[in-house]
Design a binder for this molecule. Structure first.
Ligand code: GTP
Ligand code: MG
Length: 278
């Protein structure tokens, strides 16, 4: 039949079929291959054994050629992985060492010392605020004739706070304390409207001082616990604080007696010290 003859003419020769099977069979490992050859050639001559035991090469058989290639590939991959791991490990060690040295330096670095200057009219509440910051008793406070100084820790800083008496006869001595001031804290009695003008003039003079140029300014609108106290916004307007443009400034409503608002003011101070010291 035409059909069968065409089929038989297209089918491969028995010899070529066997050659095709040899090339596509799953490659055995060199160890199995060596065992098989050794057992099959036990009766052959020693020369034949030594030839068979030689590691398969491309000249011997195409199947063993694939086996060699896959073992070589595995070997190369292993070497590559080992090198990669060594590189990653050394990078990680470098990063860890860097982090450790940063931590050590942070631990060793002493606290930054800063100088805060409390000024304001007499009876404004400067000494009461200072004692409140230092968590001291505020029930027996007398007008300051000279100055008070206290060191307070806050946000990683050592705050050296200078509180200078605000009586009229003492004010000419304020200038002796301007040097190296990091933040100026001006305290106002928010309930004493009659003295807003006086305190405004004193503040304006301070802002003209060369040694206080660009020093950040915090204004504590103190005594907010009193019903007669002006709100901080009203005080800011009375003192025309919006005209201050040569420095960072902030008005903070507070009460030195109840401590309300005091910490918020100090947080602003510490934040602005950081910006200044950068
Ligand atoms: N109700 C109220 N009274 C306060 C407040 N702060 C201070 N005082 C009172 O105000 C008075 C004056 O307080 P001081 O702390 O001595 O004021 P000062 O600014 O240090 O005054 P000088 O030392 O004279 O410059 C004291 O009787 C305090 O108890 C406050 O927030 N609320
Ligand atoms: Mg005082």
């Amino acid at each position: 039949m035409r059909c069968s003859s065409s089929l038989s003419s297209s089918s491969p020769e028995p010899s070529s079929m066997s050659s095709w099977q040899t090339h596509t069979s799953i490659p055995e490992s060199p160890v199995t291959w060596r065992r098989r050859v050794m057992s099959s050639s036990s009766s052959s001559s020693s020369a034949a054994i030594s030839a068979a035991c030689a590691f398969p090469s491309t000249r011997h058989c195409a199947g063993t050629d694939i086996a060699t290639a896959s073992w070589q590939e595995l070997w190369h991959r292993g070497v590559w992985l080992a090198q990669l791991w060594r590189k990653c490990w050394s990078s990680l060690r470098r990063v860890f060492r860097g982090l450790l040295s940063i931590l050590r330096r942070l631990k060793q670095s002493p606290e930054q010392e800063v100088r805060l200057l409390f000024l304001g009219l007499d009876n404004a509440g400067k000494t009461t605020l200072l004692k409140q910051l230092a968590a001291e008793d505020i029930s027996h406070i007398t007008p300051t004739q000279g100055f008070n100084i206290k060191s307070v820790q806050s946000s990683g800083f050592k705050l050296n706070v200078w509180d200078i008496g605000g009586q009229r006869k003492i004010r000419p001595y304020w200038r002796n304390y301007f040097e190296d001031t990091d933040v100026l804290i001006y305290v106002i009695d928010s309930s004493d409207r009659k003295r807003f003008e006086e305190t405004s003039l004193e503040l304006a003079e301070l802002l003209e001082e060369e040694k206080l140029a660009a020093v950040p300014l915090l204004i504590f609108a103190n005594k907010q616990d009193l019903v007669t106290a002006s709100p901080a916004s009203e005080l800011a307007e009375s003192l025309s604080l919006h005209t201050i443009r040569d420095r960072m400034w902030q008005v903070q409503a507070c009460s030195a007696v109840t401590a309300e608002g005091v910490q918020d003011g100090m947080t602003w101070v510490c934040r602005n010290i950081t910006l200044r010291k950068k």
